[in-house]
Design a protein around this ligand. Structure first.
Ligand code: NAD
Ligand code: ZN
Length: 262
């Protein structure tokens, strides 16, 4: 494992553009369950029954029962070392952008600033009938939030069957086609079209580094370096290795060129 961490750190230090694609698994250690692993929330609220746009249009009150439970979990969640570690890599100048499928804001809270929210953000709500938008905080309370037109509002997250916000889609696909390294963390890569990003990057010649507790559909066909383990532990080790490689590189540079000491 340590050899693979070193290999991954080396790739990250060499790459001119590194991207990360994250999924629900990166936030499991922050207390938000993912879709695939066994556990409470999603066994009671089947994502297919509650997470489609057809379900929302037909029975918004029922879907809001799930949304209200999710909202409690999101409010409580704090970034874990995987989120803060990616934030550190961004500050060190070796991670250029994070594309996240998550809707939990934990990358931003963990210090990252360049984040593409591929599946939107529940901080705003929209009316499917008259298109008015509201801040979610403004309308917090009991029962589903309503528009001034009387209809129940939908959070601005992408439900199954809805398109990806066009700006997020275009930017992600441009970045995937031009990056030299892609870190894929905590995603089963089962949800389309987000799961086209690793293949797009691979075709463009990027090295794919995957971090997950279990192998996925990508591991044998797309991934170049598989780092098996909990995202928080693997990212912490990876950041330490990148830091030490950068420090060694700086030391060598200063020895070669002492005049440039600052
Ligand atoms: P997924 O549930 O399909 O897969 C999660 C993956 O994370 C699995 O492969 C699992 O093995 C891995 N994993 C679990 N714990 C981990 C850990 N501690 N460290 C590393 N890996 C771990 O998630 P997905 O691929 O993101 O697809 C689910 C969809 O549901 C996405 O569209 C996402 O937007 C949404 N979702 C979001 C959240 C959130 O915002 N936190 C939570 C649940 C679902
Ligand atoms: Zn309305």
């Amino acid at each position: 494992m340590h050899e693979n961490i070193k290999k991954a750190a080396h790739i990250i230090c060499q790459s001119k553009q590194t991207l990360a694609l994250t999924g629900a698994g990166i936030s499991v250690e922050s207390g938000i369950p993912d879709f695939r692993s066994p556990g409470g929330l999603w066994e009671r609220f089947d994502p297919i029954e509650y997470g489609t746009i057809e379900a929302f249009r037909a029975e918004p009150e029922k879907v809001w029962l799930m949304l209200q439970e999710v909202s409690v979990l999101l409010d409580r969640a704090r970034p874990n070392p995987a989120h803060t570690g990616l934030g550190q890599l961004e500050k060190m100048g070796v991670l250029h952008c994070i594309i996240t499928q998550n809707i939990d804001n934990l990358h931003q809270e963990g210090g990252a600033t360049n984040v593409i929210e591929y599946h939107g953000n529940p901080k705003t709500l929209s009316c499917l009938w008259c298109s008015q938008r509201y801040s979610a905080d403004e309308l917090k309370g009991d029962g589903p939030p309503k528009c001034s037109c009387g209809k129940i509002l939908k959070p601005d997250v992408v439900f199954f069957g809805e398109p990806i916000p066009i700006k997020a889609l275009q930017e992600s696909h441009e970045l995937a086609s031009s990056c030299e390294a892609l870190l894929v963390l905590g995603t089963s890569a089962e949800v389309t079209p987000a799961n086209t990003i690793p293949r797009m990057a691979k075709i463009a010649g990027a090295t794919i580094i995957e971090i997950n507790v279990t192998p996925t559909v990508l591991t044998n066909y797309v991934t170049d370096i598989f780092l098996q383990g909990k995202a928080s532990e693997v990212v912490t080790e990876l950041v330490q290795e990148v830091e030490s490689m950068m420090a060694q590189h700086e030391k060598k540079r200063l020895c070669r060129d002492p005049g440039k000491r600052s």
